[in-house]
Design a binder for this molecule. Sequence first.
Ligand code: M6R
Length: 602
Amino acid sequence: MCGIVAYIGPEKAGPILFDTLKRLEYRGYDSAGVAIRSDGEIQVLKSAGRIGDLEKVYVGMGMPGDTVGIGHTRWATHGKPSDKNAHPFISGDIAIVHNGIIENYLELRDLLTQAGFEFKSETDSEVLAHLIKMYYHGDLADAVTKAINRVEGSYAVAVVSASSPYLVCARKDSPLVLGIGKDANYVASDVAALLPYTRDIVRMKDGEIVLLYGSKEIEIRDLSGITQTFQTEKIDWNIDAAERGGYPHFMLKEIHEQPRALQETFAGRISEIDGDVQLDLGRTNEEIESLERVSIIACGTSYHAGLLGKYLIPRAAGLPVDVEVASEFQHIQLRPRTLVLGITQSGETADTMISLKKSKTCGVGRLAITNVVGSTVTGLVDGTIYTRCGPEIGVAATKTFTGQLAALFLLAIRLGRARNHLTPDQGRKMLVELTRLPGLVQSVLDKREEIRKVAEEYAGAGCYFFIGRDFLYPIALEGALKMKEIAYIPSEGYAGGELKHGPLALITEKTPVVAMATCGRKIQSNIKEVRARGADVIAFATEGDPDIDKVASTVIELPRTRPVYSAVLCTVGVQLLAYYTAAKLGLPIDKPRNLAKCVTVE
Ligand code: M6R
């Protein structure tokens, strides 16, 4: 996740910017940079790679600059990690750093190019620097306000000018906090960066523009220029807790980041008017029309995302799908009109990379869904759909999984529209409901206390079962994997209909069964089957379901949505269940034994 810092005060800005940037390193980044005012000019220093290396260059230059500056760590989403794509971006005497996604950047880029601005990067962020410059006539706050009123999307932005007595920052849908020092002001995307300097912070709200002066003075305005009141908050977290945003574990933080991550996955890709989706698939509509099959390869949690694709893509696009665990992939059987889709959050998993390489020999089209820009997988495929969830630090995949599901929803609709399997109206209806998903996920997160109590009640179980049917069968597998990975409880994930073909023998009154019950009524027969053997059933069900209370022992109600999208809501439910079980058992949730975040060996 990109990080922003800024400083204005009596001290030299450079050392403070580098120190605060290093405090954001834990979030992951691929490049870094600073812009510091120096003798009436803005000096920019930036590069791909480590902050420490950039700092050495700064020190080697004699630590130039005065007491105002901004800094950034970038985690690529538009344009690969490189020196030229690193922030800050400069336009004349203005420099900016930006987090978020400018959805209308292509349109703004055209406009600014016609106005004579020259672009040096592949990023969406650079348009902001030129847009602010275009509006700047001595009043930086006014220029930033005018610029962001032209922008669609999300932003946290800090802006410095050689000729302005103050720094400006602004936010919408991307976090930014102000630090109020003794006689200085600070900005950061994350409290963790500021703790050695101040514990008095102001959390910026969406639609606010802040002017920070080199004393304690700050002014907050809304987008129409009206001054706003604000409250200072005293932070008593230690640095470790601050890095986790106050959450006890990264996994819980990342579970809570899912509404935001889903918004990022959708940003700039959905056209409700056309009922279609814009994605880089590396092939024309004609080529998509001529496809005969999709073959998905992936491992672990990403494989479960792939399994959902097997239920989704045939219905949305009329294309048969097979899904294979990457280590078992038999490329020999591939036919030419197959699209091979590799799903991998890290983009580096050895089994998936090897299978994708083998598939090339069959002359098929290849596509990837990944979270990491520039990762190995992106070099092996014709097109990539980035999930844009930000880096995931907990070993157990959470927000990257729901990001993969979101990417699959977009892909299925794109394929369906390109193949005329979906009408514009059908596409539109699916997309309208899809855009509600971040808000619905938030409602599930708001039930965390209810889920925590259930998790704690069953934390002593020797074995768990997770069951689901149709779109929810992959989520049953994912729930079982989460419970195994972080709570170390043997857990089985089953298609509801399979229980009676063997696993029912394991069900006793000591086997809690988690039923994903938001999709169809047949699962209720399976719930009855296990209840008859004495098992307690925790059901994730749609609110207002008239029958579920009669069959399950505990019901956790989820908001109503299309059955396929309810897979995401059930996912959040099982993530929280596994998390609170592991927390009750006092286990090392972020780093489970024997597991690594990225498996780069076969
Ligand atoms: O980076 P990938 O998505 O390719 O990783 C695949 C699996 O190693 C990964 O999903 C693993 O199963 C996670 N620990 C699940 O939480």
